[in-house]
Design a protein around this ligand. Sequence first.
Ligand code: GLV
Ligand code: MN
Ligand code: MN
Length: 419
Amino acid sequence: MTTQIQIDQARLFNELNTLATFTDAESSTEGTAVTRIVFSADDLRARAWLKDLAAAEGFELRDDAVGNFFIRWPGTQPDLPAVATGSHIDAIPHAGMYDGTVGVLGGLEAIRALKRSGMRPRRSIELVMFTSEEPTRFGIGCLGSRLLSGTLDPGRADALEDKNEATLKSVRTAAGFTGPLSSVRLPANHYHAWIELHIEQGPLLEREGIPIGIVTSIAAPAGYRFTITGFGGHAGALLMPDRKDALCAAAELILAVEKHALATGAIDTVATIGTCEVHPGAVNSVPSRVFLQLDIRDTDPDRREAVMQAIRRDCEELRQRRGVTITEDLVNADAPAQSSPHVVELLEHICKEQGIPCKKMVSRAYHDSLFMARLAPVAMIFIPCRNGVSHRPDEFARPEDIALGARILAQALAKLASE
Ligand code: GLV
Ligand code: MN
Ligand code: MN
């Protein structure tokens, strides 16, 4: 089996480079900058290109009402629950070219390599490209996998708005993905097992010289929105004692988030305010309103909630001291996911058999696998990325590491498809 599966490393690397050309990002001196927001012109071009690649192999193709795209290689017993892999191709603003794409194109190459090896799987093997793993456009990540796993109410999903107040329903319909979102959900026995290949997005594998990470759990993400409203006006005429500067209050809130995340003393607590919209946003106007988005994660959801409670206490103090109002809206508060011991052991076994060093690890980033775990036994394969950098144009993974990840994936899919 091992020797028959040959990953075409050059082709895979070329395809990753081609996919990176479907981008809204301006060129960057830092590396290959990619911006590919869900249902933008570049996202739609990338999807069409991927569809052509898959069609050329004669796979069965399907997309659902939210634009999740399924590429299926039918097994000899196509009625059995399939084995599946996949990831996303959308990219946050000014990101790199490997996040998600390695799992989609690496997954495609893994399936092609199995096909070239002459094997015919018992169970079908399926590749899924998820819609909007990134939260950039609609404010919530993993839209496609949330809907597939029945985690997000279809009505709430359709009503989500982007910054131009276009709803998901209108945007997906314009992109050609119609039909009720309730039809996206898959039954619990749809997949026999699921594996996602992804760059680590952290420094540990590279630092320790280990080429393969096996993810045993995925930390629990949550998202909140804060709107701070004060009293603004003319930057020259509004006297300092009369101001209720919303941005000054927001600055204190941002620092409170950092302080309370650090105070847990746990390396697994992380909290970020990554956006800040200032109204009216003029150099000579005292800010009257600020909108912040908080991303907070932890392997322990109770500890995450304790940090939120501490942040809320500081908000109350800020309200009183600065005379501002602060509203908090929940976007999502998800549970962590555990990998399946069976799939983890299989990956470990495959690595050990071939003398490939591997390491069990936690994923602090979230992935569609967080939600696929609600549908099927899952695990993830991590490969190193340079300096642990991700969500930046200088994100880089070595072609040989990507190819090795794709090969381990192919071997695991073949084994799971024979069960
Ligand atoms: C995924 O992109 C994440 O933010 O973890
Ligand atoms: Mn990402
Ligand atoms: Mn990703």
